[in-house]
Structure formats: structure tokens, C-alpha cells
Design a protein. Structure first.
Length: 180
């Protein structure tokens, strides 16, 4: 347990428990023992929950393998024609052999593929994606993406594009959408 928990136990909970126990033993009233139970049962439940949670893997930390997969434009950030157009024209794939492919499409057909390789750096607890694209490079992949977490299980990549500014990619299967 953490420092604050230990400090609270030593200076608050244990002395309070000792005082309640002595008062209960001297006065022979059961209310003091019930109070001890009301203090210790939640503490033991929290300790048990902490032990159970430590068994599960920490999915909040990203590793290189988490980046593998297909990516599509996330249209939830900015809805409208521009997001739909980007969705229908760009998608990306990161493979297990550390290759990255940025597909440029027209009418559902791939018209160009920008290839490169990925690696990761670990400046913090999670690994960050580093791109090394073949020339000629595409404006979307000129800089390394920034990784943002939506939740413990979801993340998205933001690419800084000279033409479109921020482009949001999330994992998903690409399917052509109808635009107006």
C-alpha cells in the first residue's frame, strides 16, 4: 500500500481500534466492537480489491504491439463533409513486421501507397510511435503522430498535416461511406 495509507493506519486506524477495543473490554458493551468491524471491514475490502486489481494487466500502458492494425479517419471529432472526404480518401495500416502503409484512395480504390517503417520510443510509461517514411513523403506522415487515450482500452493517433491540420486516426475497418 502507499505511504498515505500506511501513515493513516499507524496514526489513526490502529490507535482508534486499540481505544475502541479497550473501551469495549472495560465497559462490556458490544457497540465498540461493532464500530471496530465498521472500520476494518471496508479497509479489508479495499485491500482485497487492490489485490484483485493487481492481477489484471495494466492496459493503460501502450506497447509497440498495440499499434499494429488498420486505422481509419475518426469522424467523431469533426463531423461534416471534410471529415467524410478524409475518411473516404485516407486509411492506414501498421503491420507486425513494423511496416506502415498510408493508402490514398479515390472511389474506394487505392491510387497511391506511401510506405515506411515504425519504431517506438518510451519517454513516459507508454511507448510512442516513430515513423520513418520512404521518399516522397506524404504531408500526413511528415511528423510523428501524437497518441491520445480515450480510455484504458482505446487510443487514437493525431497527425499534423500541412494541408488539413490535425487528422485523427483510430483503429477500425474501412468501409466506404456515402457523401452528399
Amino acid at each position: 500500500m502507499g505511504f498515505g495509507f500506511n501513515l493513516g493506519m499507524i496514526f489513526i486506524i490502529l490507535p482508534l481500534t486499540l481505544i475502541l477495543f479497550l473501551l469495549g473490554a472495560i465497559t462490556k458493551k458490544g457497540g465498540f466492537f461493532k464500530a471496530i468491524g465498521c472500520i476494518w471491514i471496508p479497509i479489508l475490502c479495499l485491500i482485497g480489491l487492490s489485490v484483485i486489481m493487481s492481477i489484471f494487466p495494466d492496459t493503460s500502458v501502450l506497447e509497440k504491439e498495440d499499434y499494429y492494425g488498420e486505422y481509419i479517419i475518426d469522424r467523431n471529432f469533426f463531423k461534416g463533409k471534410q471529415a467524410d472526404w478524409q475518411y473516404n480518401h485516407f486509411r492506414m495500416e501498421i503491420t507486425e513486421n513494423d511496416s506502415i502503409f498510408l493508402y490514398t484512395m479515390e472511389n474506394g480504390k487505392i491510387i497511391s501507397i506511401n510506405k515506411g517503417t515504425i519504431s517506438t520510443v518510451k519517454p513516459y510509461s507508454s511507448e510512442r510511435l516513430v515513423l520513418k517514411m520512404n521518399e516522397p513523403n506524404h504531408h500526413i506522415t511528415e511528423t510523428n503522430p501524437t497518441t491520445y487515450r480515450k480510455s484504458w482500452w482505446n487510443f487514437y493517433l493525431v497527425f499534423k498535416s500541412k494541408k488539413f491540420h490535425n487528422m485523427y486516426f483510430r483503429k477500425g475497418k474501412w468501409e466506404k461511406i456515402k457523401t452528399e
